[in-house]
Design a protein around this ligand. Sequence first.
Ligand code: TXA
Ligand code: MG
Length: 348
Amino acid sequence: MPPNPTNCPPSVSKAAVTQAAVALKAGDLVAFPTETVYGLGADATQAQAVAKIFSAKGRPLFNPLIVHVADLASALKIGAFTPAAEKLAQAFWPGGLTLVVGLRHGANISDLVTAGLATLAIRVPSHPVAQALLRAADTPIAAPSANRSGHVSATTAAHVAADFGPHVTHILDGGPTQCGLESTILDVSQPTPILLRPGAITTLEIAAVTGRALPRHHHVISTPSADLTTAPEQPAPTAPGQRAPTAPGQLESHYAPRAPLRCNAHTPMPGEALLAFGPDVPAHTGPTINLSLQGDLVEAANGLFAALRALDATGCSAIAVMPIPNTGLGEAINDRLNRAAAPRPNTN
Ligand code: TXA
Ligand code: MG
């Protein structure tokens, strides 16, 4: 691999990357683009730096972080990969797949990153700015999505600034992210891979590599939008409606705008904003954003979080979301929508 890829967008100079790397090594937070969403990064080896992530985000300390590294060789130094895990890494890295593997003895990763678990979530991002930062800093970077805890993820530098204001001063602005949804998280620390979070890489793509269908770890999801009981609509298709052990941080309510969400809505109500999908949009006089007029799930994934933020900003009473097919990236889209619609323990 080239030691210093230069294909960063013009908005991010080499000097800006160097400066960000210096800040990171000094223990500061740096927000940076990845191909999925923006990350809020800290040097994963420095506990005090990692602690700043939790306080800036208002993130519970039991929720572990993903560590980003530049390549598989760096990942092998901190994680214990089974042959199956390494095969998946070879297939999808760099890219939108996070692998949960055993934490390697002597890895020098702060306990705050793993929340004291014996496993570690690792990802090699493909975004040129993320790659340039990782290589310049030459340290594993712990980075959750760059949004306040529980809020909608950031797909532009402006979203990051809107969520953190003066609390995050280093932001590398690489423009809107390419995928728009977070990475897929697979637990490969055990012999059978388990899907912890659907995301940028579809389960079909993964099954094509592993040769078998993926068991899904069902997080706890109860009812959709609690206070809209008059609505006849159903929860979006990924809501499993069953209780199972919850992985750390696979929180029921997440990705949530201020306004409540109403999934699988066919008829928007007065006062609601409409998040539409496809060509057959019901008549509506309120604010409307169509995720994809053509019904393209890749385009829909790309615009989802920006659309939620924009509709939220209209001051609508709720966001009615049209049904979105649960295939391909639709699985990850519905996962995010279901969590955004879930009852919220901590209003923000
Ligand atoms: O695309 C992404 O994955 C973005 C970009 C910045 O890389 N990052 C991201 O991080 O979405 P975050 O913190 O928002 O989500 C990471 C998820 C959390 O739900 C956390 O609980 C889970 O990964 N996680 C981290 N370490 C884990 C572990 N050892 N076992 C199980 N889940 C883990
Ligand atoms: Mg997040």
